[in-house]
Design a protein around this ligand. Structure first.
Ligand SMILES: Nc1ccn([C@@H]2O[C@H](COP(=O)(O)OP(=O)(O)OP(=O)(O)O)[C@@H](O)[C@H]2O)c(=O)n1
Ligand SMILES: C[C@](O)(CO)[C@H](O)COP(=O)(O)O
Length: 238
């Protein structure tokens, strides 16, 4: 549905939810699995609908998906639905193209957040937004690595100790000005560079990206064990 986005003030959230969840090994795409009667995607959407700086949410779903229509959160005028692509990066790019085609101003802050990270807190969203506003540079939520890190060779033999003070877990949201994000992703897609997040695209295009330490409970539900863990973390937030 076309909209005039040229006057939009505030932040846009892009939520890629067009994956199949292979590693989850469930019949349903994992974003539709339930945690205490609520779908993972519904919980994530609710976090963004109730975060007032976000004025528009672009939800990206598979073109074969009909399940999103059953979400009680979907009937909200802040949400726009877009078809996804083959990889996460293509799904995000489709959302950015929609925003471009509908006139979103170049400097609008855009946050990209995985549908399957329902434990993200408003406190962390605000922290990320504050860091973005004060630095005027792209940034992302991160969490420290707590284990000792060893690198291994192809035969699983330990090669060397990795300096963990230089490593962080890349979480989402990841954010940048709209046009920085769109041009960076466009360029990695054109060059067929394999990347798994927005920050990689921004770095490859020469932007300085700042890590903002967030809560380590902002997990991506990836494997079956993560479901119980996310349920536990969400209970702690009530
Ligand atoms: N073509 C794709 C692939 C992934 N995603 C979304 O990107 C997020 C993070 O990706 P990941 O955890 O890798 O999800 P899946 O691709 O669904 O999982 P898997 O890799 O196990 O198949 C998820 O919200 C997923 O729905 C997407 O929008 N479009
Ligand atoms: C974007 C992301 O969630 C950051 O951790 C991640 O890159 C998703 O991709 P992956 O396939 O699980 O690495």
């Amino acid at each position: 549905m076309p909209r005039d986005l040229s006057k939009l003030k505030g932040c846009v959230a892009v939520i890629p939810a067009a994956g199949v969840g292979k590693r989850m090994q469930s019949k349903l795409p994992k974003q539709y699995l339930k945690i205490k009667d609520r779908s993972i995607l519904g919980i994530t959407l609710d976090k963004f609908l109730s975060f007032s700086p976000v004025k528009l949410i672009v939800l990206v779903v598979s073109s074969h998906d009909t399940l999103y229509k059953n979400l009680r959160e979907i009937e909200n005028e802040k949400i726009i639905i877009i078809d996804g692509g083959d990889e996460r990066i293509h799904s995000v790019y489709n959302a950015l193209c929609y925003l471009y085609d509908n006139g979103l101003a170049d400097k609008t802050p855009v946050m990209v957040h995985d549908a399957v990270r329902p434990c993200v807190s408003h406190q962390d969203l605000q922290k990320l937004l504050d860091a973005f506003k004060s630095s005027q540079q792209p940034c992302l939520l991160t969490a420290p690595v707590v284990d000792t890190l060893q690198s291994v060779n192809a035969d699983q033999q330990i090669e060397s100790l990795v300096d963990r003070s230089k490593i962080v877990r890349a979480l989402t949201p990841q954010m940048a000005q709209f046009i920085q994000l769109k041009k960076s992703i466009e360029s990695v897609i054109d060059n067929k560079t394999l990347i798994t997040d927005e920050v990689s695209a921004l770095c490859l295009n020469g932007y300085q990206v700042n890590a903002v330490t967030g809560q380590s409970d902002n997990i991506k539900i990836t494997h079956p064990d993560d479901l119980a863990l996310a349920e536990f973390y969400l209970e702690q937030q009530i």
